[in-house]
Design a protein around this ligand. Sequence first.
Ligand code: RB5
Length: 149
Amino acid sequence: MTLIQPDKKVALCSDHAGYELKEVIKDYLLSRGAAVEDFGTFSGESCDYPDFAHPCAEAVESGRDYPGIAMCGTGNGIAMTLNKHQGIRAALCWQPELARLARAHNDANILVLPARFIEPQAALEVIEAFLSTPFDGGRHQRRIDKMPL
Ligand code: RB5
C-alpha cells in the first residue's frame, strides 16, 4: 500500500534549515516514480517557513496534492503553521513508528521532519513508514471528526 497516487503530486516544502533534506527527499520520490510539487525554499539562504508552508498546506487541503512532506530545523515551526489550516493534519515524526501511528491513528496528511535532528537515511525510513501505512478508521475517525473548532 502506498499513499502515492498516480493523479496526485507529493507536496514538499521547507525553510533553509530543511532545504538540503528536501532535495534528498525529492530525488528519492522521483526515483520511485512519484510526481512532486516543490513549494520551496530553493536554496540554503535564510528565509521564513510560513512563506512555504501556507501554499503547501493549501495544495494538500484542496486535494490537488497528496500527501505532503515538510521540514524545518526542528519541524515545529513548519508543523505549527501547516496545522493552522483546517484540512491539514501535519505530524512531526522522527522515527518510523511515530510515522506509522500518525497515519494509522491520526490520518496525517503531511509528514513533518526535524531536518537538523535526523540523518537523511533515517528520514527516508520515516517516509517509507508514513507512505505505506493506511488509516485505521473506526474510533480514530470519530476523534478526528472532533478536531475542528
Ligand atoms: C531556523 O533557524 C529555525 O528556527 C527553523 O528551521 C525551525 O526550526 C523553526 O521551528
